[in-house]
Design a protein around this ligand. Structure first.
Ligand code: UD1
Length: 342
């Protein structure tokens, strides 16, 4: 099988490329290499095309003769502020559109797997003891300033408890990056309808592991904490540290992509470990595995664009593409304390 992996030199894409190449697939990587100081080590005989998704010539070359496409290239993270909006839309929306148009012009009707994110849900799922399932409103500055971090029931004001998010939850993007991931999914599914390609979107939860990019405004919390420890600093846990996520190991995420490429299932599914932990737990687990590390500090700071709890149900991915995470949190975090970053 000839597979195009966009973003194949990156943190997640690199792991997918290794797996595909190891089993004998012919892999073409399209990567702008903007996130790299030097050309990455790609396994032989992977073909590397250096170019942006908006570089029509590079995309035309990369899509030639492919049987399947695994679209990982994207600008990720929360960014600095709204000023980043055109960069995100150009890279993620227009970039995906340029890729899909190139596939359309090649009459591509093979397998298309796209990287999506749990951020498409916005806040996770919540329950009020009195009113059952309720939607959490965007968090207000006044509540956060007062240390009221948990969303409240819109009917009675009681602090809400989280429940696991399933894929039929409404899409409710709450930052620019999230909006571009919703659009990426929609464009990919529209492409599938018009071309007959079978499309699967994988909604990654908080991915961590070896070769994670270092601390930047675009990096996730695991990388920020690990980078802090490496430079002799202290992980700074925002809010009260009880915000909950699903930290899923990059090896599992790469495996999920290969399973998705091999399956025919069409739709969007969570890619998660199924083992939720608080950000405070994560900071402590990482610091405990890092020789001589200080205790993390809980700062009470907040970022308005952050959601409080997002915890995935991993069940659909298991039923649809046969994916269940294999790396336990304790093992993955212990290893992450000494994994190389990029
Ligand atoms: C992260 C990614 C998002 C990705 C999603 C799923 C970033 C910025 N966000 O979203 O792109 O789609 O996972 O893989 O990469 N925090 C601290 N201390 C810090 C930084 C953050 O306590 O120094 C807290 C935040 O307040 C937040 C939590 O950690 O509550 C997670 O933050 P982060 O990883 O940045 O964002 P996610 O919303 O989880």
């Amino acid at each position: 099988m000839r597979v195009l992996v966009t973003g194949g030199a990156g943190f997640i894409g690199g792991g997918i490329v290794e797996r595909l190449a190891a089993r004998g697939d012919r892999v073409v990587v399209l990567d702008s290499l903007t996130a790299h100081e030097k050309a990455p080590d790609l396994p032989d005989p992977v073909e590397l095309i250096v170019g942006d998704l908006n570089d029509e010539d590079a995309v035309r070359n990369a899509t030639e003769g492919v049987d399947a496409v695994c679209h990982q290239a994207a600008r990720v993270g929360l960014g600095v502020d709204f000023d980043d909006v055109t960069g995100y839309v150009a890279d993620n929306d227009l970039g995906t559109a340029t890729l899909l148009r190139a596939l359309w012009r090649r009459s591509f009707a093979g397998r298309l797997v796209v990287a999506s994110s749990m951020v498409v849900y916005g806040e996770g799922r919540y329950r009020c003891p009195e009113h059952g399932d309720v939607r959490a409103e965007p968090r207000r500055r006044a509540d956060l300033d007062a240390g009221r971090f948990d969303p409240r029931c819109p009917h009675c004001g009681t602090a809400l408890a989280w429940a696991t998010v399933t894929e039929e939850a409404p899409l409710d993007p709450r930052n620019v990056y999230a909006a571009t991931k919703v659009h990426t999914e929609h464009l990919a599914f529209l492409y599938g309808r018009e071309s007959g390609a079978r499309v699967c979107a994988l909604r990654y939860h908080n991915v961590y592991g070896p070769r994670m990019p270092r601390d930047t405004p675009y990096a996730g919390v695991a990388s920020i904490f690990r980078s802090a420890l490496e430079s002799g600093g202290v992980p700074r846990v925002f809010e009260d540290g009880a915000q909950t996520r699903d930290f899923v190991h990059v090896h599992d995420v790469a495996r999920a992509n290969v399973l998705a490429l091999d399956s025919d299932w069409t739709g969007a599914c969570n890619v998660a470990s199924g083992e939720p932990h608080t950000v405070g737990d994560m900071a402590r687990a990482l610091a405990a595995a890092f020789p001589g590390a200080p205790e993390p500090v809980v700062t009470g700071e907040y970022r308005l664009g952050d959601v409080r709890h997002v915890v995935a149900s991993p069940d659909l991915a298991a039923a649809a593409i046969g994916f269940r995470a294999e790396t336990a949190f304790a093992d993955g975090m212990r290893a992450f304390a000494s994994d190389p970053l990029r």
